[in-house]
Ligand binder design. Structure first.
Ligand code: SF4
Ligand code: SF4
Length: 320
């Protein structure tokens, strides 16, 4: 399913209040569904598809089979080999939600919901006083917010009307026309850059990063406030060569754009286990130590890029 044109309403999978890692101050982060990339390590797999799916969590399931009898569409059945594995025939399911509300173990759930711009604004406005006090605001994340670009833009425009600071977190896999549409309603762009080498990027995300690189250069000429984030994923992004290449690209595009490293979070793996999906890394893979992260930051600094550590921007001069 490609990008969807929603507008006054769209599909999200979460709104988290009081977030502190999605931009300055206390923020509300709205997570939109749908992404053009398919990163193997994605820590929000529920954000990948723009459609709303019904999920069965077999580790919560108590095998009572109430759901099977309650489904009016006969879309649920018990797996022949495992009593606590419920098969969902998605061609029959009309997403009525009866099984979700009838399950006594919360083992069935939708991975998103349709909401209006107005509903989101009502929700995020609850924390206006905290935004003002902490210089925070609203961040759109995902998934990829540009995937539902009209919906995203309307949320951000409404936030600006309310005087709320806005950030969009994006992979920049989009069109220049889309970028142009967001320049006025976004206070800061957080750009996730994962892998620099084109072929590796295609293999691990199923998308060509030449579009991302070109858009990054385009955006850097248009707006001041940009932060680059690199997720440190062992075996995929967290190699000295990749970090150096991204840092050099950012520094030669605009040396004042800071780079922040996001440590690997092994908890993301649980979402795959819950959904009966394989994850790309074993559970023995640990986050990086402070020393290892400092080594990666040193690579970035040597490439001439600014860095962000503990919310402080540090700029270093490139060695001759
Ligand atoms: S109703 Fe819930 S707990 Fe019972 S079989 Fe269905 S999914 Fe499992
Ligand atoms: S959402 Fe409705 S149609 Fe779909 S499986 Fe559950 S009860 Fe059946």
């Amino acid at each position: 399913m490609g990008p969807i044109e929603t507008g006054e309403s769209g599909i999200i999978f979460d709104i988290r209040r009081f977030t502190i890692h999605d931009g300055p101050g206390l923020r509300s982060t709205v997570f939109l569904k749908g992404c053009p990339l398919d990163c193997k390590w994605c820590h929000n797999p529920e954000g990948k598809k723009s459609s709303i799916d019904l999920w069965h969590f077999k580790n919560k399931c108590i095998a009572c089979h109430i759901c099977v009898g309650k489904c009016p569409q006969k879309a649920l059945s018990v797996s022949a080999d495992k009593a606590n594995h419920i098969n969902i025939d998605k061609s029959l399911c009309n997403k009525c939600g009866i099984c979700v509300s009838e399950c006594p173990a919360n083992a069935l759930a939708f991975d998103g919901r349709l909401v209006t711009v107005q509903e989101i604004i009502q929700e995020v406005k609850k924390d206006t006083a905290f935004y003002e006090e902490s210089h925070g605001g609203v961040t759109l994340s995902g998934g990829e917010p540009f995937y539902q670009k009209n919906f995203s833009r309307k949320i951000l425009e409404s936030c600006k009307t309310e005087g709320i600071n806005t950030i969009i977190e994006t992979c920049l896999y989009t069109t220049r026309e889309t970028i142009d549409e967001f320049v006025e309603c976004v206070d800061e762009f957080i750009i996730d850059i994962k892998i620099f080498a084109r072929e590796e990027h295609i293999v691990h995300t199923r998308a060509d990063n030449e579009i991302i690189k070109a858009n990054f250069k385009y955006l850097a000429k248009k707006v001041n406030s940009i932060l680059v984030r690199i997720p440190l994923i062992p075996e995929f992004t967290a190699t000295p060569e990749n970090i150096q290449q991204i840092a050099q690209f950012v520094a030669t595009t605009r040396s004042d754009i800071p780079i922040e490293l996001i440590n690997y979070n092994p908890l993301g793996r649980n979402k795959y286990v819950l959904r009966n999906k394989e994850f790309c890394l074993s559970d023995s893979v640990k986050p990086f130590t402070d020393d290892q992260i400092n080594d990666f930051y040193a690579i970035i600094a040597r490439a001439g890029a600014a860095i962000v550590k503990d919310d402080v921007i540090i700029r270093k001069t490139k060695k001759k």
